[in-house]
Design a binder for this molecule. Structure first.
Ligand SMILES: [Zn+2]
Length: 99
């Protein structure tokens, strides 16, 4: 067993954090050219971030259509789990609910 075997899906390093942070601006078309090169370079060899990008694109597409069409069940599941992950941080306490 070699725990240091090469893993192509190495999402979680600083590069990935940066890339995911820029993803929103990238999708909005607000990313400067210099950053654009960076993120494209990263996406070209990081599968988890590429997957994340296509997920975000699908979500935006649905929002753009005004949710008039039903989203594919598989995507809905992913959105739900993404929201679940995002809502677990500190400060996510409903006001007025002190113990
Ligand atoms: Zn990445």
């Amino acid at each position: 067993m070699n725990p240091r075997a090469e893993d192509p899906g190495r999402c979680g390093d600083a590069d990935c954090g940066q890339a995911l942070h820029r993803l929103q601006a990238y999708l909005d078309g607000e990313l400067p050219d210099t950053d654009l090169d960076d993120i494209r370079q990263h996406l070209s060899d990081c599968y988890p971030c590429t997957d994340r990008l296509s997920f975000e694109e699908q979500v935006r597409e649905i929002v753009r259509r005004g949710c008039s069409e039903e989203a594919p069940p598989a995507l809905l599941t992913r959105i739900e789990s993404a929201l679940d992950l995002g809502g677990r941080g500190p400060g996510f306490t409903a006001p007025g609910f002190s113990a």
